[in-house]
Design a protein around this ligand. Structure first.
Ligand code: B12
Length: 228
């Protein structure tokens, strides 16, 4: 990872300079793929923001500014690149065979940028996605899933004190009227070994490289899908 470039990018993110941040990453990602941008630039930049907060170089308010710039960069990249891959077409003309993913952060969880990246990656691979963002009440997630019937339900957890909410969700899986694949990711999954606490049908993923490998191998949907 290029720390010098990350530091430079973060300086602009912290002052809310979206255009210069966008310019820097546009140069940087030439010839690279989305996962490189997501993992090696944006996630790395946000973690560096966290380091600065930890050593009191920046405040929580600064962290909010950088998060909002990051949010915008993800949206802009997603809107700019996905049509080029033809996947937006697929989304608009979504058919009954287009695989569907419902993606959200567990109740109480505000760290939503990772899941936004996950959503973008699913879209790029031709999935019909619904990104429900931060802090989705468990009850509402069950109702939504039963109504929309996604093939995959993706959940993000960053903070250890939100693990009980994940356990609560997993306890209620039997209220789902069908059997979607459930994937769990987020900062907590790279720090702790959650696999042993999750039912067998739940897949715990450490990062977007893992996710992309599954998407490329069509391991997350039961039927082959249109976009390759
Ligand atoms: C930005 C940020 C915030 C923002 C979040 C804004 C937003 N819209 O997301 C705000 C200001 C809201 C916030 C709030 C808080 N935060 Co905060 N935050 C961060 C920070 C700086 C960056 C997080 C981030 O965006 N990372 C980048 C994303 C892309 O990475 P990611 O979430 O890990 O996701 C990656 C993977 O996990 C994966 N992934 C994520 N979800 C999923 C799901 C699936 C299915 C898959 C396959 C993959 C996947 O994809 C991403 C790429 O790999 C971190 C620092 C750090 N080191 O993480 C602290 C950090 C996580 N926060 C922390 C804390 C303490 C808090 C607060 C309690 C207090 C505070 N600082 O304001 C509150 C709690 C709010 C809550 N209840 O959730 C601590 C947690 C410490 C701990 N021991 O748990 C950290 C580590 C800061 C620190 N150094 O102490 N925070």
């Amino acid at each position: 990872m290029d720390h010098h470039r990350i530091k430079e990018l973060v300086q602009y993110m912290l002052i809310g300079d979206e255009s210069t941040s966008w310019k820097l990453i546009s140069e940087w990602i030439k010839g690279r793929d989305s996962v490189f941008l997501f993992e090696d630039i944006l996630a790395a930049a946000m973690r560096y923001v966290g380091d600065l907060w930890e050593i009191n170089e920046i405040t929580v308010a600064d962290e909010h500014v950088a998060s909002n710039v990051c949010n915008l960069l993800i949206s802009r990249y997603t809107l700019d690149t996905i049509p080029a891959n033809g996947s937006i077409e697929n989304e608009i003309h979504s058919t009954s065979t287009t695989p569907k993913a419902m993606l959200f952060c567990i109740e109480g969880e505000q760290h939503s940028l990772g899941m936004k990246l996950v959503s973008s990656l699913f879209k790029e691979h031709g999935w019909d996605t619904r990104y429900l963002g931060a802090n989705l009440p468990t009850n509402d997630s069950i109702i939504y899933a039963n109504r929309w019937r996604p093939d995959v339900i993706g959940i993000s957890v960053s903070l250890i004190y939100n693990l009980p909410a994940l356990t609560e969700f997993l306890k209620r899986i039997d209220q789902l009227e069908y059997e979607p694949k459930i994937i769990v990711g987020g900062r907590i999954t790279s720090l702790y070994h959650l696999e042993s606490d999750c039912p067998e049908n739940v897949l715990v993923l450490k990062d977007l490289y893992n996710l992309e490998a599954l998407l490329l191998d069509n391991k997350l949907c039961n039927q082959p899908h249109a976009i390759t």
